[in-house]
Design a protein around this ligand. Sequence first.
Ligand SMILES: C[S@@+](CC[C@H](N)C(=O)[O-])C[C@H]1O[C@@H](n2cnc3c(N)ncnc32)[C@H](O)[C@@H]1O
Length: 395
Amino acid sequence: MRPRRSLSSVGGTDTRSHGDPSFAVPLRRALAAQNELRGDELTHGFHSYAARMHPAVARELLHNFRGAGKRVLDPFCGSGTVLVEAMRTGWRALGSDLNPLALALSRVKTQRRDSASVERFTNCLDRVVAGSSRRVRERTPVRARLPPHEFVWYDVHVLKELAGLLEEIRSIDVDDDRLALEMLFSAIVVKFSRQRSDTSVEAVDKRIRKGLATEFFARRGLEWIEGWKALARDLPHPCYRTRVVAADARRLAHTLGADYRCDLVLSSPPYGGTYDYVEHHRRRYAWLDMHPTALRKGEIGARRELSRDQAGARRWDAQVGQFLTAMSQVLHPDGIAVLLVGDAELNGQRMVADRQLQRLAGASGFEFLAAASQPRADRRGGRPRAEHLVALMKR
Ligand SMILES: C[S@@+](CC[C@H](N)C(=O)[O-])C[C@H]1O[C@@H](n2cnc3c(N)ncnc32)[C@H](O)[C@@H]1O
């Protein structure tokens, strides 16, 4: 499979690339595209998600490698960026992840809503907002179904308002709408907790007046409706149904079945030693009664696991080798894997991610094709790290 377009010069001056130019150029173009598009169009801005792929990267690559009805797999689908873009570009898409929140978000963001279903959702949203506002006004007693250690994260009146809001959501009987409303709740819950932000679990005081959570929920809901409408306007014919399943990216053939094959793997695996996805979504899991047992056991690249001793680099190599092998097993011969990766931070040591993939490709059933890289500022004020797009071909 060859990319369709070729350009002689793309990307900013700080973008470098190496390898086969017919792959290196589209990789550079895709990295550069992030600087040109906003990133919250369609359903992409529904919910924050750590290390979310910029939609422009997925859009550019899916466009380059496109072919009607071809299959693309994202085995670290997270919040579903690749899946939404795959719908728009006529791919048959399958996404998998170990995070239950990721699976739910991906399902909601790829919902295809015609005008009748948008109207039905709008009515559900109105009903939930009216019910929650009434509860706040009338001080209706409610019990927050949370583990007791979670209570400290909320002012008492906010805790009650969120609990009432969730009870109203749970009374919705259409599964798609209820799931969407739960994800809408998930999108706002950290903002109304004492947690500083999505990326910082520091506890801070926030002044939140009664009724604000419900008003905010209503506003975000209206934005979501516009997002679904924009997505529906953008979809090609035919538009294939997107599948989302729970799977460990190191055991794809086992979960997807021996017969499953795809033409392209497009994915962003966790950046080694950078995040703990289990910790990240703790507030949300508690409210939504989600149990991230499989993620706790199988999360790869987790900071808690890779930063605890000097053997982190060896463990990270082993994890990367495992998911590469699993990807090559589900690709057609000559199929391509394009991975967006960031340099790993392992107990204070950097591991440059494109070189790691190049080093491990051969033993995992792949041939290295090309890579493009751009420096990224480190949010925690450390040395800048690079983000890379790496293309591999199944041998
Ligand atoms: C960088 S994020 C992907 C973000 C996604 N591209 C997006 O745009 O939202 C990496 C994902 O890997 C998932 N993950 C970690 N270990 C996994 C494993 N062993 N199998 C499958 N998914 C895993 C995490 O839950 C997280 O969603």
